[in-house]
Design a protein around this ligand. Sequence first.
Ligand code: ZN
Length: 719
Amino acid sequence: MNIKRSIVLLLIASLSAACGETKPAAKADTPAAVVADITVSDAELAGNPFRKTWDTPYGVPPFAQISNSDYLPAVKKAVLEMRQDISSIITNPEPANFDNTIIALELAGESLNKVSYTFRNITGTDTDDELRTLETQIYPLLTREFDAIRLNPDLYQRVKAVYDARGTLDLGEQEARLLELTHRGFVRAGAAFAPEVKEKIAAINEQISELTTRFAQNLLLETKAFKLVLKTDEETAGLSDDFKAAIYDADQQAWVVGLNRSAYESFMVQSTNRKLREQLFNGYRLRATSGERDNGPVAIKIAQLRADRAALMGYPSHAHYVLEYNMAETPDGAEDFLLRVWRPGLAQAKQERADMQDMMGATQFAAWDWWHQAEKLRLQRYDLDESLTKPYFKLENVQQGAFAMANRLFGLSFAETDVVGWNPVTVSFDVKDRDGAHLGLFMTDMYARDSKRGGAWMSSYRGTSNIYGDRIRPLITNNMNLPQPPAGEPTLMRFSDVETLFHEFGHGLHGLMTQIDYPTFSGVDGPRDYTEFPAQILEHWVSQPEMLEMYATHYQTGKVIPAELVEKIRLAKNHNQGFYTTEYVAASLLDLAWHSLTSAEAAAITDARAFEKQVLEGYGLIPEIEPRYRSQYFSHIFAGGYSAGYYAYLWSEILDADGFDAFRQAEDIWDRELAGRLQRWIYEAGGLKPAGELYRNFRGQDPSIEPLLEGRGFPTDQD
Ligand SMILES: [Zn+2]
């Protein structure tokens, strides 16, 4: 069942949550081992698609046949079956061994995967009020179930018995790793603690599950609630024709800008109406900060519970607990690293601010001017207008470019199929390896809609497993929030969106290419500060001349993007880098601050904004820059799986910058030997070894931070 994976899925799933009733928090004295009675009748399950074999192509869910009302009964039934599986392991009269305990655990709860993967994905892409209510029922229920398993003393004794005998078992490499990770999962969940401690941990987990769902739901509703409705020329001043076309709402006969990040940034860059920029800026940053959907108290409570749980488990803070098996190892390790990038980033941001103030003359530069003035400065310095580059980045061409890259590097091929997806805009591809063997199905859903959560992400409808020769291959998705053009018009992408597409494609390949047999560590497995690496390294290929020739062709003329335009993109790439670095690192430091609190320190916090302000001012953040996420809409850490881990994107950049440097030194971005090691030790290897070891096997040495600093245009000679 790979509970570890399931917990991660729960966390990621809750990122996409929204409204509905939240159940009251569990009382602290709820006994851990006792899970609620679950009943589900045959009548409730009649015709339920999750109870049937799916004879669809590739075994994709039969989306058209699934109704919202199917999820809860299917989850309940699957949970009952999972209990049966676990009970069979515990009551097995044979002594515990690798097969009857570790493999049996890996196979337990199979029917739950089917329904939970689908539910998690659909609530992310096509949610509604009913699904939001279901989330508040299903996630706490699953949290309780997984806790009951991981804190079950009889089950732990069997796992421990196998683990203690590991020296005598003569296991294969993957089997030994599975045993190690399964045992570690139980220990880190608290299985080795006394019953009263385990009860407290379980009660905390349940409360956190409810609070994270509430956090995400508040945020989605608050995000949807804000609209800037533009009707006059004065209000749309500066906006490009294609942006206006993308945001036009025929019902309202007006242009409507919401808080979707892509639309937000486009407006902040383009609008010459300073008052409206200020309004949108405040709409964005003041979401969920007051009234009944104020996420401040929710964030405080989550941080307090996490600190309490860490204390129960013997760690100084939640961050100490989380980072134990990450590359950074400790909160100090993560903070030291962040500060090495923070200092030059902040210094550059101050210079950028001064340059823009110069441009504005007597008018006092303000936070809502940053995007707009930075764009003006960019045009002035590099003469690079997005409307000139976008025609070379048509969505379908960019997608084919990513496929061509995977073909040149790893020998993969992609063929479009007519699989019916969850939404009419999905497109599916059959993926084959160099020898023509099926690797998996790759499905894309690239457009924004109100029912979809923001951002871009990779996910899966089915993981990989190869136990007793079953060779189940994955169903992988990539999701973006590109504005959908009017019918018949092409989707032309901003360069940053092109990089995002390659990024998510990298996660996709990590899922698709895996050669790991056990779900517990197959696919995108690995510590947080490593798992962004396979995604981020591919962003380096995007702007290489050999690569651009393959995909960056004008959608009308078919001509390859001119070299001087590419050179301009390259030069302009680090423009405003002080700002980007500062807003990102500020959010990372804020995350570490929330999660490095001791239980007593957390208990003393009463005002989320005051805490945030004190932390960020302490690091010297300037008032014209907001952290990339303020606490009240920091879903990654309060509703997703990134608590004490938001720094991980930048840490992974050490690896991707240093990793791509190897190709640069080889003077060949298609270098066969490097590509082969990248394939074997990174994309195929999942969590086979500790991340540092996987990296060294690929690179032949430890990573160095210099390529990262150089890549951002910062000096590398600081102490
Ligand atoms: Zn990523």
